[in-house]
Design a binder for this molecule. Structure first.
Ligand SMILES: [Zn+2]
Length: 267
């Protein structure tokens, strides 16, 4: 079974056994390691409990990753953030201020500062990462057309400060490593001409020495440790992906989908 906590461990082990350094995003910004590396990025959109399970596996393997938390209640779980920080991982802010402020830049700046200060009570946050906010017409990254990372004491934002020509980007959006068509904003141009469907395919490629030497993996926190959660989440993702996909092509569905998402994420 793919996208389980067990598979996640196997995936990380394959990189470690083949000489890759597994690093948090901050380390990529500060001092890129010599040789092969894989940046571990997690967007904690929801189910923060699973994030802790992944963080423990990484800790047991002796590696550090980056966890980007949102301010909404499904993600922002103080005791989980604290535990993950205690395991030595990097904590970052998964911001969506411009979408929440409906494009009002000054309001977005105010809430961004406030939320960043909040996450800094857990960890000295140095990097932030935008949340896709697929149903909003505002792109959270547009915030950076008016402000600079250094204005907030930040050094990195994966969408702005990663050289994707040199770094191979792969993500588990929609429970597949090639589910990119379901993503609305968190899309990165693939300069490598490589696609993988299952984790097994990635492991095989890594073991054969064919996988890119420098890469960034975005793994969400939908990797389950129980069969019930695995089944429910797969079913939900299947429905959500198809609805999201259709909503991008149909105005009426787009409206319904937007209302549903708003209701679900209500703060
Ligand atoms: Zn997100």
């Amino acid at each position: 079974m793919d996208f389980t906590i067990k598979t996640y461990k196997k995936l990380l082990q394959s990189f470690l056994q083949n000489g890759y350094s597994l690093i948090p995003y901050k380390e990529y910004c500060e001092n890129k390691p010599e040789g092969k590396f894989l940046i571990l990025r997690h967007d904690v959109d929801e189910i923060a409990n699973n994030a802790l399970k992944m963080a423990q596996i990484e800790y047991n393997l002796g590696v550090k990753a980056t966890y980007y938390f949102r301010i909404v209640k499904q993600s922002n779980k103080p005791e989980i953030i604290k535990k993950i920080a205690d395991l030595g991982h990097e904590i970052g802010y998964h911001y969506e201020d411009l979408a929440f402020a409906k494009g009002d830049l000054q309001l977005a700046k105010k809430t961004f500062e406030k939320n960043l200060a909040y996450f800094r009570t857990y960890y000295p946050v140095k990097t932030v990462c935008m949340h896709g906010s697929s149903t909003s017409k505002y792109d959270n990254r547009d915030f950076w057309k008016s402000f600079q990372l250094s204005d907030f004491g930040l050094i990195g934002e994966p969408y702005l400060t990663t050289d994707f020509k040199l770094i191979f980007y792969f993500t588990d959006t929609g429970y597949a490593w090639d589910g990119g068509k379901y993503a609305v904003r968190d899309v990165v141009k693939n300069h490598f001409g490589l696609t993988f469907h299952s984790s097994k395919e990635i492991i095989t490629s890594v073991n054969k020495g064919e996988f890119p030497e420098h890469s960034l993996m975005l793994a969400h926190t939908l990797w389950s440790s129980t069969i019930t959660q695995w089944t429910l989440l797969h079913l939900r993702e299947f429905l959500r992906n198809n609805l999201k996909y259709m909503a991008q092509r149909n105005q009426f569905l787009k409206k319904i989908y937007g209302t549903m998402v708003k209701a679900y994420w209500k703060k």
